[in-house]
Write a protein that binds this ligand. Sequence first.
Ligand code: GUN
Length: 285
Amino acid sequence: MSATLLDGKGLAARLREELRGEVETFTSQTGVTPHLVVVLVGEDPASQVYVRNKEKACVAAGVKSTLYRLSSETSQNELLDLIAKLNTDQDVHGILVQLPLPKQIEEQAVLDSVSPLKDVDAFHPENVGLLVQGRPRFLPCTPAGCMQLIAEVCPNTSGMHAVVLGRSEIVGKPMGLLLIQRGADATVTTCHSRTRNLQEITRQADILIAAIGKANFVTAEMVKPGAIVIDVGINRVDGKLVGDVDFTPVSQIASAITPVPGGVGPMTIANLLKNALTAARLQTF
Ligand code: GUN
């Protein structure tokens, strides 16, 4: 391996520690403890692990966390009723509805129903709009984590060619927006399942971000020597977690690469805590 390993676990721990101090200051100045509510519908095993990790991180940072566990049979109206109640509860600052939701529930309707001031995921259309306009209220947690990891090895991305694989609302689209924001100033190409000549494009990437959800999809032939490779994928293969990047061969070619696990995942949680504090600030007068 010749690439620098981008240690998300370590960086996230430092960010969480910083945040713990900020939360402490905020709470001592205002008497308010930031409170995040996580809503988990159904029994998805991966979601259960994510939610547990989010709760642990909250407690360690001094953020109050409440988990609502709803059955997989929950109707859309029941979920919307709960969110409406949380929206008006002054003791609740952040609301996170863990995705995916069971199939009887329309995801977008639920995300649209969360108060934009409590939308710590930054999935509400108002927050997406603010991000598009370059004046974000909350930064989307996973893309923000990718930017922080890139900054570890490349503080100036101006004019670099970033290629984003994937066009999801959670990662691919907002990732491209953060990379073209003033200050980051990268040139962005977003690729997806209909992209032609994919390898030709990925080989031009100074920064390659894989967020497609296909195990080991990015092979060494797709990577330009010296590229920074950020792997957002979390795939289970034979009980083992692997990313979207074929790690061992790509790490011989890249200049820096994130591992899975221990790369982007922990950064998502650190940014969620940051957004919970931002939400509490926005709602504390
Ligand atoms: N499921 C997978 N990633 C996420 C995320 O970032 N937020 C939420 N709410 N659900 C997810």
